[in-house]
Design a protein around this ligand. Sequence first.
Ligand code: ADP
Ligand code: MG
Length: 346
Amino acid sequence: DNFVVLKNVCKRFGDNTVIGDLDLEIKKGSLVTLLGPSGCGKTTVLRLVAGLEKPSSGQIFIDGEDVTNTSIQQRDICMVFQSYALFPHLSLHDNVGYGLKMLKLSAAEIKHRVDEALKLVDMEGMGDRFVDQISGGQQQRVALARALVLKPKVLLFDEPLSNLDANLRRSMRETIRELQQRFNITSLYVTHDQTEAFAVSDTVIVMNDGEIMQQGSPGDLYQSPASMFMANFMGDANIFSGSFDGEQLNINGYRIAADPEVIRGNPAGDYQIGVRPEAILLAHEGEPCQQCIVENVVYMGSMYEVAVMWHDQELLLQLNSSQFDAGLSDHAYLTINPTGLFLLPA
Ligand code: ADP
Ligand code: MG
C-alpha cells in the first residue's frame, strides 16, 4: 500500500548531480519526514514529487499511477512553504478559498469548506481579516488551512516552521501531526531540524548529498545509527576504539555487559563504539580503568554538560541536574549505561 513511490530517481542540474539514485516510499495515509542538512536536496525531492521538476532518470508513482511525465496540475498535490505565500490583498477567507474558486465550486460550498478549514487550524471566525492583521504563526495556520481545504492526495511540507519562534513551532508541530493523522493525508515533510523531524513523524529518512543515509523510527536512528555521519548528525556522540568478545564490550579496559539491542547480531571483533552523552554517569568510586578527570562543567538548566578526560580522550556527558554531584572533584569514575551504546565498523 505504498502511495508515493520514487524509483531510482536522479536529478542533475547541468553537471551537478543533486539527487543520485533515490528510492523512497510513503505508505497511504502516513507522514514521512526527510531530514538533512541544508543543500542536501530536500526541496528538490519535494519539487520532483510535486511535478515542478522532472527527474533526469527514474520514475515517480502516485496512487499506483506513473506520474513521471505529468504536470503539477495533474497530480493533485499541495505544498506548504516556509514563506507562507499568502496573497496580501485577499482576506483570509479568499486566501483559503482560492484553490476552490479555481475549481469553480459555488460560493456557498466554498464558504462552508473554508469555514471548516479555518476551524481546524483554530482560526474560526477570522475569515474577514487580512494577512497583515494576523501574526506569523496564524499566517502559517492559514497556509495549512489553504492546503487542507483542497483535500489533496498528497501534502508536501517544505520547512514550514522555520520562520516561527520556538513556542509556536512546538504548537504548530502538534497541529500538523494531529490534522495529518485525523485526515490520513499522505504527506512528505522536509526539515533540517532533528527535533522537528522526531516530533512530527514516525518514520524519518535522513538524507545527505542527495542520498539516503538511513531510514527508521526516531528511536532507531538515535540509538542505532548506521554510520559515522548518522552518529554525529543525530545528536552528540562519544566514539571509542573498542572490541566485543562475544559477551562483553571492552573500552579502555572497562568491560561492559553486551546488550542484545546494542550488538544486533554483530560478531566478535574490533569496533568503533559510540556512547551518547546521557549514557555516561559519574561516581566517587569505581575501577581504576574508569577513572577520569573532570575538566569543565556547564550548567544548562535541566542538565549539566560536563567534559571529562578519560584515557587521553575528551568526552561529553549530559547529566540531569538531579544526578549531578557538585561534590565531585577533579577525579571521578565514570560508568556507562550498557543500553546507551552503538557499534560501528572499526
Ligand atoms: P535543500 O532543500 O536540502 O536545502 P535543495 O534541494 O534546495 O537543498 O538544493 C540541493 C542542491 O541543488 C543545491 O546545491 C542547489 O544549489 C542545487 N539546485 C537546486 N535547484 C537548482 C536549480 N534549479 N538549478 C541548479 N541547481 C539547483
Ligand atoms: Mg530546501
